[in-house]
Design a protein around this ligand. Structure first.
Ligand code: AMP
Length: 178
């Protein structure tokens, strides 16, 4: 990716200390999403490692994974699948519960969301402890999808989240070391 694209993206992500809990530095991507050029380069940067991979389904994890995942799916010529917090999806689901950097949560996906064997990419904004991503891998596996890997905007490297999903390919636009 061009140096200027990384600079554009980095310059539009805001650190919010002590949100949603003391000690957490929240990566606020709303300035990036609100900037026309920032949004365009972000979607391109997340999609570009996967262009030749024959991606058929892009899973976006609620909520910022929806915002980034849907345009990435469009860019890759794939369909979009929402992975949602418990109780939000109307049809039959598969679910997984996991630990967060700040709490515990359950995510669900429709049982019929991904065709068996479909080449699947999971997208989220931030890789923190990797609990969410590992749960997403479980759900893709539960429905028989072929998980190609994960695309993130930001990897918080100091939390070692990639060790929870290290059997899969991981691409992150930005690495935050500490
Ligand atoms: P984890 O399961 O710990 O990898 O957490 C990943 C999920 O929590 C992602 O959906 C992120 O949106 C969110 N998240 C975790 N830590 C942060 C952070 N420091 N800033 C923004 N979002 C975060």
């Amino acid at each position: 990716m061009a140096e200027s694209a990384v600079d554009t993206i980095q310059g539009l992500i805001r650190d919010i200390p002590d949100f949603p809990k003391p000690g957490i530095v929240f990566k606020d991507i709303t300035p990036l999403l609100g900037d026309a050029m920032g949004l365009a380069v972000t979607v391109d940067a997340i999609a570009s490692p996967w262009t030749d991979m024959g991606v058929e389904a892009v899973v976006g994890i609620e909520a910022r994974g929806f915002i980034l995942g849907a345009p990435v799916a469009r860019a890759l010529g794939a369909g979009f699948v929402p992975m949602r917090k418990a109780g939000k999806l109307p049809a039959a689901t598969t679910s997984a519960t996991y630990g967060l950097e700040y709490g515990v949560d359950t995510i669900e996906m429709h049982l019929d969301a991904i065709r068996s064997g479909a080449r699947t990419l999971v997208i989220d904004d931030v890789l923190a402890t990797g609990g969410t991503a590992a749960a997403a891998a479980t759900l893709v596996g539960n429905v028989g999808g072929h998980l190609l890997g994960f695309g993130f905007l930001i990897e918080l490297c100091f939390l070692n989240g990639r060790q929870n999903i290290d059997q899969h390919r991981i691409e992150a636009v930005m690495a935050v070391e500490g």
